[in-house]
Design a protein around this ligand. Sequence first.
Ligand SMILES: [Ca+2]
Ligand SMILES: [Ca+2]
Length: 420
Amino acid sequence: MRMLLTLSVLMLTLGCGGVASDRPEHPTAPKSIEQHPGSGGVGSIPPELEQLFPPDQDVYVVRLAQDANAVTVASELGLPLLDSIAANYALMQGPADPSTILAHPAVLDVEENLMMQVADGQDLTMGYLEEDFDPFRLVDQAALRTLRRNEWPEGATGERRTVAVLDTGVDPDHSLFAGRLVLIPETSMLTSIAVAEGIDEDGDGLVDEGVHHGTHVAGIVAQVAPDAKILPVRVLNSDGFGSIYDIVRGLMYVREFVGDHGGIDVVNLSLRLSASSSLFDHVMEQLTGQGIVVVAAAGNSEQSAPYYPASSQWSTGVLATDNLNAAADFSCVGRRVSIGAPGTGVLSAMPDEKMAGLSGTSMATPVVSALVVVVQEYFDLSAFAAKDFLLAGGFPLEQTKHSAYGRADPFRTFQNLITP
Ligand SMILES: [Ca+2]
Ligand SMILES: [Ca+2]
């Protein structure tokens, strides 16, 4: 079931502490959501598809026992049921003390509906230089040279594999994506399409500053794994914010997705939560059990530890390197980060047939996601085996304490696997 929610205006102070210091304010005014005129291509999108679930301190994500009924549980708790995903997750308007929810025998876990955001944080425009799309400049870019893209074996392209990009959605009409995307059907409650509503949801004075993010991230997957399919799932709004419920909903879609070549192999999360989450850990554990590798951005605040979910045991955390062997100065680092990848000035697609060079762990993460499916397909491995080979072939960083396995070096990985 589904009820309309009033979207709140999010007030978030982004600091380097890893945790949002302010909780979002309560809903102020209902808003209507308009379709971005430049984001078309799949027909008109019903307004309810655009609606994300804003984090709110009185709204709880509840994980239920397999055989539980969300309507019944909410009714027994006397709480409004705002939404539910299959039988397992429910969004409830809660009392101040969630322990009363947890006391219900059918409730396995309960958490505030935490906030997520694109890993770029406040500075979404690092290295921003938008211009008309030129595919030849992309082919020759430094990030691909660092990966020695030209020296990979022929056919190492990620064919028959699919990467899900959970982000702000994409511009499906960009030529970089021709024949590459698997789009969520219009009949779904979710969408793949980026939408700029013209509203500054986070109140930072920038309107729709994150709307291009998913297009750029997905465009990096498209370059590094040129024959892999990409499933974009919009879990963040145009300002780059969403809630844990949004992404759980997106990940449930990913778990059940079956395309022409089977299910999803890798989930790309160029985003971070405002705090760690046992509930989200459980979802990633389920994905792991299904053989789906979760790759997550370490974050861009120069910390010596990654943000969550990159910090989780259930994800592969990625830092950004410059085009040599050092962590980028903005990147979060530490032994809890699995591996690095080029993440400075990475050229990729921008909406409306543009391109731009952006820097961030958001850009390094899809490099690793794509490399996993390239190695997976070429050597006919599981996604997890491919990920492990990629980590094992990592090239040491200047500062070895910056990541557990150095920087991804697919050329070494191929050499290791071809001549064991
Ligand atoms: Ca904004
Ligand atoms: Ca917006």
